[in-house]
Design a protein around this ligand. Structure first.
Ligand code: TRP
Length: 445
């Protein structure tokens, strides 16, 4: 089996973690929940819950060197074969990929319009975006197809030649673009306002919804609960320090989310726009601002949307790999066959997702008040990911030999790190996530 190099793993895992979640979603939910205080809550969720689960998945993958399903069977004390059903979680990744690819398609479309003409007013920007989503079916299918083909092409080449290589190229490029944008933002008068917004705590808007949003975001941004980190870690060389690499990934992911926030809010405040624009922030508010900056605005727009695209592509490949590895190992498929099957499924689901938002098809693709796109998001973010994370923690806390885990941890870190982590995994994190889950499905409020 060809494994990642040490750097290749960190780049690939960071590439998975850094995605639309950081550059698109983190800034807009931070805006909605009023800034600094939300950032603090989010950071606590990252450290005490997200990183704990990240290290758990990484431990499992590196120890078993196998796909998700076999990992749980292999490492359980009793070798109980029912653990194979834990493999359900990898379908979460494929479902996320279905709608993620559609959104990446919009971004590709915005790169093209950044070259030509950006909208001149908020009304035009709003109606452009709305008509893209609700009317331009062929155009969306076209861009979704391109994204799907890019993703398929990369994973077809395997872990080392495909995934590692693309990350070693795109992640530095992403870093460079964000660095350039940050320099530009720092020179704007509104940068100090942006810093203040991101770092001064205003606790008024922090309620249980904010808490849930922060926890959900911590999960999504670290790519947890779909076997992605487990699967990548199965290709992490045996003696590498999985604890250290987990921290690196967590730090990179957090820094990039914060930088993206600083850049975007500096842009918004400079134009006197609101910080609480919601999901349309990147697709409606920003393009108008870029337009006001003339040709330089076009260049910044191209850079910005390319950054989003690069971040998204490296995440997309990580969503499909767990299912590929499972098909390849458990059903003895060739990589090619696995890619064709999984690729067709997410491509088809993506088309259903985009049709479900179009005027012509939304009625037939809306079920119990939610369209197919929202269902895919709900079934993953609110159901399968939290369940998978709870299961992972319970598994490690109660069904794996504690001594073995401790031995492996203490090879790389002081024993206190193990003690704290084990306590969190066994007692705190599963219950914290269970509360999130019950809340999201409306059992408790
Ligand atoms: N972390 C990515 C983001 O922030 C998304 C992502 C990639 C993901 N792989 C995943 C989310 C697996 C959940 C599960 O955009």
């Amino acid at each position: 089996m060809n494994k990642f190099s040490r750097l290749g793993f960190i780049f690939a895992a960071a590439g998975s973690a850094v995605g639309l979640g950081n550059i698109w979603k983190f800034p807009y939910i931070t805006g909605e929940y009023g800034g600094g205080a939300f950032v603090i809550v989010y950071l606590l969720c990252i450290v005490f819950i997200g990183l704990v689960v990240f290290i758990a998945e990484s431990y499992l993958g590196q120890t078993s060197e196998a796909n998700v399903s076999s990992t749980f069977v292999k490492l359980s004390k009793s070798k109980n074969s029912n653990w194979k059903y834990s493999g359900f979680m990898v379908f979460g990744g494929l479902i996320i990929l279905s709608f993620y690819s559609v959104v990446l398609g919009w971004i590709l479309n915005y790169i093209f319009i950044s070259f030509a003409s950006l909208p001149e007013s908020s009304e035009l920007a709003g109606s452009y975006f709305n008509s893209l989503v609700s009317q331009k079916i062929e155009l969306q299918i076209f861009f979704h197809t391109i994204i799907a083909l890019i993703t398929i092409f990369i994973v077809l080449r395997g872990v080392k030649e495909g995934i590692e290589k693309i990350n070693l190229i795109l992640m530095p490029l992403l870093g460079l673009i964000l660095f350039g944008l940050l320099i530009y933002a720092i020179n704007l008068d509104s940068f100090s306002k942006s810093v203040e917004f991101m770092f001064s705590a205003n606790w008024n808007k922090i309620d249980d919804n904010a808490l849930l949003a922060a926890l959900g975001q911590a999960f999504f941004t670290l790519s947890l609960g779909t076997g992605t980190i487990l699967t990548y870690s199965a290709s992490l060389p045996k003696n590498e320090n999985f604890i250290k690499s987990s921290f690196y990934v967590g730090i990179v992911d957090t820094i990039i989310a914060i930088i993206a926030g600083l850049i975007i809010f500096a842009f918004l405040f400079e134009a006197g726009a609101k910080s609480s624009a919601g999901p349309g922030l990147v697709f409606i508010s920003l393009p108008v601002i870029f337009q006001q900056w003339g040709v330089l605005g076009n260049i910044i727009a191209i850079a910005f949307f390319s950054a989003l695209l690069f971040a998204g592509i490296t995440s997309a490949v990580s969503m499909i790999e767990p299912l590929l590895m499972l098909f390849i190992e458990r059903f003895n498929m060739t990589r090619r066959k696995a890619v064709v099957i999984c690729g067709s499924i997410f491509y088809g689901l993506g088309i259903i997702a985009l049709l479900s938002m179009s005027n012509s098809f939304k009625d037939s693709l809306t079920f119990f008040g939610k369209n197919a796109f929202d269902w895919m998001d709900f079934l993953t973010s609110s159901i399968s990911m939290p369940i998978a994370a709870i299961m992972t923690c319970i598994f490690l806390g109660y069904f794996v030999d504690k001594n073995k885990i401790r031995d492996k941890f203490t090879q790389h870190a002081p024993k206190i790190v193990f003690d704290i982590w084990y306590f969190l995994v066994k007692y705190l994190v599963p219950f914290a996530i269970a509360i999130l889950l019950l809340n999201k499905i409306g059992v408790i409020k």
